[in-house]
Design a protein around this ligand. Structure first.
Ligand SMILES: CNc1ncnc2c1ncn2[C@@H]1O[C@H](COP(=O)(O)O)[C@@H](O)[C@H]1O
Ligand SMILES: [Zn+2]
Length: 353
């Protein structure tokens, strides 16, 4: 049963800035995918971490491999993208920056170019179907594939930035942080930056990335994913915090993801508190709503209850997310107007009976 609090969070207009396509596949879509490929013998428990369960980060990356087996054709990608976009819209997300790693699938004849084209097609179809959400796309670089593939991906992203009517806005660096030194990605990331792609980089998701984060922060990135181990209290450093604060680089914070993959010991120990208390721009995100069994309304609700945020503070957080987005100025202004229109409806208490 939906409570008044649930309704408030669902009606709160939200901007989702950190969502990996294949990590965002819902239970309902997963069922359709599993039915399409029964021979793979995949069960839902192999692709999602249900409530109360935890996994290691390594186990999470195994889950993505299983999901990738299920999503390996143009038809799958089109369906998955349309479903994910619709689900975010139903959750009250008005602006979504979706990210995904272009993949080649020899079996189904899928090329990386076709991969991205299919996602763009799904975004366009969602718009035509009048799904109430603006969607933009970030091309992901999986660090596992090393610097050469990273450079190829940047070139692909550049082409799409120029040919997608503004749907492709930037580049994401993600993938298993235990693999490959991000330092080696520097030439590709520099090139991306110089060509006008916005950079959203997963930084310090695990403790061993201090040196890498120092280097990548000099780029600088336009946003940081997680940043779990940047601050000195968890083994980071003042110098890292200084760089982030001086350049006011917004941080994408994914509470449930970090708790379920055990990079953060519990919700109340989440580094949201550290950055929020400093007045630093913080953006609540889901990361992988399918794998971590969450949605953005739930993430706002969790943050509010754990860190004692009132409705105005929650509103300010969702509003700030718009400002931290990579949306071009006219779209940002359009979203600002949307937020302003919805504010009285969402924040005003219901009249007394
Ligand atoms: C949990 N924390 C995380 N840290 C780093 N990278 C992550 C991630 N969650 C997801 N990804 C990245 O997103 C891919 C799946 O979506 P796409 O196939 O690209 O749509 C994963 O393979 C990984 O590269
Ligand atoms: Zn992520």
């Amino acid at each position: 049963m939906e409570t008044d609090a649930d309704t408030f969070y669902r009606h709160l207009p939200k901007a989702e800035l950190h969502a990996h396509l294949n990590g965002s596949v819902s239970f309902a879509t997963m069922k359709k995918l599993i039915a399409r490929k029964p021979h793979l013998n995949i069960e839902h428990s192999m692709t999602a971490i249900s409530s109360g369960q935890r996994r290691t980060l390594e186990e999470c990356f195994q889950m993505f491999k299983v999901i990738h087996q299920l999503v390996d054709s143009e038809e799958d990608i089109l369906m998955v993208t349309k479903d994910v976009v619709r689900e975010f819209a139903t959750d009250g997300v008005k602006y979504l920056e979706l990210r995904s790693t272009p993949r080649e699938e020899a079996k189904s004849g899928l090329s990386k170019t076709r991969y991205v084209e299919t996602i763009i097609e799904a975004i366009r179809q969602s718009k035509q179907d009048e799904v109430d959400i603006d969607v933009r796309f970030l091309v992901s670089v999986d660090r596992r594939n090393g610097p050469r593939v990273a450079m190829e991906t940047v070139k692909l992203a550049e082409d799409f930035m120029l040919s997608s009517d503004g749907l492709v806005l930037g580049l994401d660096l993600s993938g298993d942080p235990a693999v490959c030194n991000g330092k080696d990605m520097l030439p590709a990331l520099q090139r991306a930056r110089n060509s006008g792609l916005k950079l959203a980089l997963h930084l310090s998701e695990v403790p061993s990335q201090k040196e890498e984060s120092e280097i990548l922060l000099n780029l600088p990135p336009d946003r940081i994913g997680h940043g779990t181990f940047l601050h000195p209290e968890v083994g980071g450093s003042d110098s890292l915090v200084d760089k982030v604060c001086k350049q006011k680089i917004p941080i994408e914070l994914c509470l449930t993801s970090n708790v379920k993959d055990q990079t953060v010991p519990s919700y109340d120990k989440h580094h949201f508190q550290y950055w929020y208390d400093r007045g630093h721009p913080c953006v609540l995100c889901t990361d992988d709503k399918g794998v971590f069994c969450t949605d953005l309304s739930q993430e706002y609700q969790l943050a509010a209850s754990i860190f004692a945020l009132g409705p105005e503070a929650v509103w300010d957080l969702s509003h700030q997310a718009v400002q931290c987005s990579f949306a071009p100025e006219p779209l940002k202004q359009q979203l600002e107007r949307r937020w302003a229109e919805l504010r009285p409806q969402v924040l005003q208490p219901p009249p007394l009976q």
